[in-house]
Design a protein around this ligand. Structure first.
Ligand code: ATP
Ligand code: SF4
Length: 331
């Protein structure tokens, strides 16, 4: 999958909440590439910066969030790459939904309770596709529902008449309404039971195969990513600390934090792992530990760890994997 060309290249991205000495540095020097047609999983404990990264990339960062540096290059199918961070409000309006769409955390509860599914789907189309007639919008709304496995006779339903899983599917249908090249899903299924989560993700991967978009899937549950993503990037304290093919991470996680995450969730398939979890708590971003931010919790910490920040770099003899850990610091 990584042999396909990039569709989104994030480089040197930094995001703060607030300004000056009290700013919280939530995303730190992120370099990450999404390839065309792939499902990239983003994992990490709560507070590791996953949502902040998604909001920054889509320019939906709420105040006091500020992008303090970096580039987010989008590669259209034809033409020159665009730096999303340079788009003006008009350019952004044209860009969002049609090129990149985001399903927010808890989005299934953000459907408007007093509007039917039909009107919520057709409203998106009305706002962005003025060329469509009313009848074409209705047809497209039915088509979108069918894509996510909901029968068209649900178009007249209100959100409270749908199950949680159906509401989530409607949100995914809305995200797909304008045929975007990239869909970012931020913990889209945490409020659902595990069986429902898997069904929705399976369907998403099928849709990706049919419609040829790329996905960034964000969750703290790495076992879901192992099953459904092509590549996984693991975040800790605002940084990516390991990135590799999902099967490689499953086989051996190189970063001690990735190893801990893998042993924090029961595997959905394959041999059972002992669930040891990770001792301690995620770092306080206002008082980050020196050196490697994971060192106070790391069972393998040694001499350089508390002094110097390890950078993300390739691991010798490991195909395409990058790790930020002094244990693998040949780079
Ligand atoms: P979760 O899985 O809980 O959503 P996450 O990995 O997505 O976590 P973020 O929500 O991106 O993490 O938060 C990253 C850090 O930024 C957290 O430490 C959080 O406290 C901080 N943060 C988020 N929003 C704000 C805000 N509005 N003001 C100040 N700090 C914030
Ligand atoms: Fe552990 Fe050191 Fe690697 Fe950080 S750099 S994960 S403290 S071994």
């Amino acid at each position: 999958m990584t042999s396909t060309p990039p569709v989104l290249e994030i480089s040197g991205l930094n995001v703060n909440y607030g300004l000056g000495a009290k700013a919280v540095h939530a995303v730190r020097d992120i370099d990450l590439t999404l390839h065309r047609g792939e499902v990239l999983g983003l994992a990490g404990e709560s507070g590791s910066g996953k949502s902040t990264l998604a909001y920054a990339v889509t320019r939906l960062l709420p105040p006091p969030g500020v992008i303090t540096g970096g580039e987010v290059r989008y590669h259209p199918r034809t033409g020159q790459p665009i730096d999303i961070l340079d788009l003006d409000p008009e350019g952004l309006r044209a860009f969002r939904w049609s090129e990149i769409s985001l399903v927010f955390q808890g989005a299934m509860n953000s459907l408007n309770p007093v509007h039917t599914v039909r009107s919520q789907l057709t409203d998106v189309l009305k706002a962005h596709r003025p060329d469509l007639t009313g009848a074409q919008r209705q047809d497209r709304a039915a088509e979108l529902l069918a894509l996510v496995g909901i029968s068209a006779d649900r178009l007249g339903s209100y959100p409270h008449q749908l199950s949680g899983g159906m509401r989530q599917r409607v949100m995914i249908a809305m995200a797909l309404a304008l045929d975007p090249e990239i869909v970012i899903l931020d913990e889209p299924t945490t409020a659902l039971d595990v069986v429902m989560q898997r069904q929705i993700l399976k369907q998403l991967v099928r849709l990706r195969n049919e419609l040829d978009f790329s996905v960034v899937f964000i969750t703290h549950d790495i076992s879901l990513l192992i099953e459904f993503s092509d590549r996984i990037a693991i975040m800790y304290g605002g940084r990516v600390v390991e990135e590799a093919a999902a099967r490689e991470i499953y086989r051996t996680a190189h970063h001690p934090y990735s190893h801990g995450l893998l042993h924090s969730f029961p595997a959905l398939h394959g041999p059972r792992r002992e669930l040891t979890g990770i001792p301690g708590s995620p770092p306080d971003l206002t008082a980050m530990p020196s050196g490697c931010a994971f060192h106070p919790r790391c069972p393998k910490a040694f001499e350089p760890c508390a002094q110097r920040v390890p950078t993300l770099g390739p691991v010798p003899a490991d195909d395409g994997r990058t790790v930020a850990c002094w244990l693998h610091a040949d780079h």
